[in-house]
Design a protein around this ligand. Structure first.
Ligand code: PMP
Ligand code: GLN
Length: 381
């Protein structure tokens, strides 16, 4: 007898990031789809990894993360936000933000728990909720992608346990304001909800805006998990190292799931990051660096038929192509990649019901040379 196969995610296909990056490679297209930089990681950081490998830091790291890295992070956080986390009880190193999110969702979602999140949504939230027996409750946002907190309150039921936010937002590029965090704090307290706050783009925020981390709101933080990733901060998405910051009781629960999902994370990379974080110049000024790229991309698009939506943070720019084509966005992304050799992400994939807003997401974390070649093509459409 062949095995009884019951798919846990029957209608889920391959992630759009894998699909579009493969299509771009197959077609020789400029890849502005999947979010990753095309410029190098600082060689000093690479040298530090070599140093720690040679020094013998090659066996399992402690389950919650290398202590020196958690200590360094605690200091960075204390100088960035008005909160000084305890490195032993409040910080956990994970295999990227993806594992941080999965471990957190697994820790706090019991069968039947409802989890609210906002769409367009980063693609791993809903499958993680479902794999853990939870019920996804997406709240759809349309451009300009602002949250209606009354609508959120109306969606809260006795089964609601968790609410996931993401600021700066992938794919919309918008950021939450202090008023949003105040609304969230009130609802979390009123209904006893846990907040998972995906803040992987904390340092990529533009036009003088401030990042509104849950770490800035003491009452909210008492019932929150903040999720971060070194991939974005150090241009090393392929290293897959991230971390959670959460109060001790919540951290204890996250570690229970983390220890059976990955147990621990790449040891020499953690040691190297601990050293590298000691110099603030290594992580400050990222906003200036990426804002220049956003502005270069937009400047080079002047005169094109694409319409740019506001991008306040992240490394993604949404472009509306309504005046160019009536194709659904998936068909448009495919046409752009195969025919014109520029790959982007269709935004409908970030909605459960695949709503088409005629928007494509372009990653501008690229060299000016790459952005120049891509915009030369886009301007002609
Ligand atoms: N959350 C968001 C909003 C992201 O954009 C990403 C990936 N860029 C992740 C989580 C996953 O991060 P990581 O690559 O560190 O797993
Ligand atoms: N976060 C990246 C993006 O939004 C993709 C990460 C991945 O491929 N899983 O493009």
């Amino acid at each position: 007898m062949s095995p009884h196969l019951t798919s846990r995610l029957p209608e889920v296909g391959t992630s759009i990031f894998a699909v579009m990056s493969k299509m771009a490679a197959d077609c020789g297209a400029i890849n502005l789809s999947q979010g990753f930089p095309d410029f190098p990681v600082d060689h000093d950081l690479i040298d530090l990894i070599h140093k720690h490998m040679r020094a013998g830091h090659n066996q399992y790291a402690p389950m919650p993360g290398v202590s020196a890295l958690r200590q360094a992070l605690a200091e960075v956080i204390a100088t960035t936000y008005p909160y000084a986390p305890d490195p032993d009880t409040e910080i956990t190193i994970t295999a990227g933000a993806t594992e941080a999110l999965f471990s957190s969702i697994a820790a706090f979602t019991a069968p039947g728990s409802e989890v609210i999140f906002f769409e367009p949504a980063y693609d791993c939230y809903s499958p993680a909720i479902r794999l853990n027996g939870g019920i996804p409750v997406p709240i759809a946002l349309a451009p300009p992608f602002r949250i209606d907190w009354q609508q959120v309150e109306d969606k809260i039921s006795p089964a609601t346990r968790v609410i996931i936010i993401n600021t700066p937002h992938n794919p919309a590029g918008v950021v939450l304001q202090p008023a949003d965090l105040h609304h969230l704090e009130r609802l979390a307290q009123k209904f006893g909800l846990l907040v998972i706050s995906d803040e992987v783009y904390e340092r990529l925020i533009y036009d003088g805006l401030a990042h509104e981390s849950v770490l800035k709101y003491p009452a909210l933080f008492r019932q929150s998990v903040a999720v971060f990733s070194f991939g974005k901060t150090f241009h090393a998405t392929g290293w897959k190292v991230g971390y959670t910051v959460a109060p001790p009781t919540l951290t204890a629960e996250i570690r229970k799931t983390h220890q059976f999902i990955t147990f621990s994370v790449n040891t020499p990379v953690q040691w190297a990051l601990a050293d590298y974080l000691r110099q603030p110049a290594h992580y400050l000024n990222l906003s200036t660096f990426f804002q220049r790229k956003r502005d270069f991309f937009l400047d080079q698009l002047k005169g094109s038929s694409f319409e740019a939506l506001p991008c306040e943070g992240s490394y993604f720019q949404l472009l509306s192509y309504r005046t160019i084509s009536e194709k659904p966005d998936m068909a448009m992304a495919e046409w752009l990649t195969r025919t014109h050799r520029v790959a982007a992400i269709p935004v409908s994939v970030f909605y459960t019901d695949k709503t088409n807003h005629f928007l494509l997401r372009f990653c501008f974390a690229k060299s000016e040379e790459t952005l120049g070649r891509a915009t030369e093509i886009l301007r002609k459409l």
